[in-house]
Ligand binder design. Structure first.
Ligand code: FAQ
Length: 315
């Protein structure tokens, strides 16, 4: 019996083959990818803001260079991801409109403020650490352009994570005030970092289908647990305490049991009511508006080049 297009597609996925832009795919697969990749791209762009806030106040030239490079990398990640989403037929301007009008989601984590220099260490260590945990499996995602973009993103994220940990280590080996600053940053960033992985599996409407399509390789809870297991020994090495009285090693499984996550806070932030949602969106809109002349100049130049080429062809 002849297999349907949908059956052939699923068989390809089950053989762990990549789906490429010109291949047939179900509309719902395309829609899920556009949703995830565009949210991911928006997160990279908005993610530049909390750290960008500290470029002018970095404590040394070395730290300033490192931070500038990191923020620039994040802009690059946004661009690879918008390009990957475009291969699915969605226009970049449409994605920008969705972000700027507040319709699109981006990661909850970037709606928290960066109050001290230690926050820059904590973001690199925890937020990039969580991002790597989530994104390394995406290098094996079934959609080719997304998987390939993730390979480079993950390499860069791993530098980011190390620079963050090194900032934390320096502070923890410094004066008591510096160590207290590192502890305070851990206190404020720990729980939002756990929320980054998304709702519990039982409350996650997209996970089951995304795993059946090999978009997601692990569930939200699996990745969150791996992150906790990886990070607790790092906090011990730094000599600072994870703000969770229920954190306890399960000797049998080797996993850390952790306390309840405040999901009300998570959903408030996702719905636009976090501490910095309004500021973040306003900053993105302002940057986009102020960049209009660059886009116009680039378009005018591209048109001029095209006209020149066309003239040369007809001559
Ligand atoms: N924030 O059914 P699920 C980075 C939404 S990049 C806001 O579990 P899914 C680099 C979710 O969209 C960080 N919303 O959804 C960096 C869905 O809403 P929808 C971003 C969230 O897609 C570092 C609803 O809740 N990374 O950090 C969040 O299967 C440092 C139900 O959730 C990515 O985007 C959240 N945290 O799983 C940059 C990675 N979690 O669309 C600067 C790719 C969930 O149905 C500095 N994305 N929601 O209306 C993914 O892996 C997945 O999309 C998940 C969510 C795991 C985020």
């Amino acid at each position: 019996m002849e297999l349907s297009l949908e059956q052939k597609f699923q068989e390809k996925i089950d053989r762990d083959e990549r789906i490429e832009p010109r291949d047939w795919m179900p509309d719902s697969y395309r829609k899920t990818l556009v949703r995830q990749i565009s949210q991911h791209a928006h997160s990279e762009l908005v993610g530049m803001l909390p750290e960008g806030n500290w470029i002018s106040r970095a404590p040394s030239l070395r730290r300033k260079l490192g931070l500038m490079a990191k923020v620039q990398d994040e802009a690059g990640h946004g661009l690879y991801l918008y390009s990957a989403a475009e291969t699915l037929g969605v226009e970049r301007d449409t994605m920008f409109d969705q972000l700027h009008s507040g319709k699109a989601k981006y990661s909850s984590i970037f709606n928290y403020p960066t109050l001290t220099w230690a926050d820059i260490g904590a973001i690199g260590w925890l937020v990039d650490g969580a991002a790597i945990m989530n994104q390394v499996p995406l290098c094996r995602c079934s959609y080719g352009p997304y998987a390939r973009a993730m390979v480079r993103v993950c390499k860069e994220e791993s530098f980011h994570q190390r620079q963050g940990f090194e900032i934390m280590l320096t502070l923890c080996q410094g004066t008591p005030e510096q160590k207290a600053m590192a502890q305070d940053a851990l206190n404020r960033w720990w729980w939002p970092s756990l929320m980054m992985f998304g709702p519990n599996d039982a409350e996650s409407p997209n996970t089951k289908q995304s795993m059946a399509w090999n978009i997601k390789r692990f569930s939200n809870d699996e990745l969150r647990q791996r992150f906790v297991d990886m990070t607790v020994p790092q906090a011990e090495l730094l000599g600072i305490k994870i703000p969770d009285p229920d954190l306890k090693l399960n000797e049998e499984t080797g996993n850390y049991h952790f306390g309840a996550i405040n999901w009300d806070e998570f959903w408030q932030v996702v719905k636009g009511h976090g501490p910095c949602n309004k500021d973040r969106l306003a900053a993105r809109v302002k940057a986009h508006e102020e960049g209009a002349w660059v886009r116009e100049a680039a378009m005018a130049y591209a048109e001029k080049q095209e006209n020149r080429l066309n003239k040369a062809k007809t001559a």
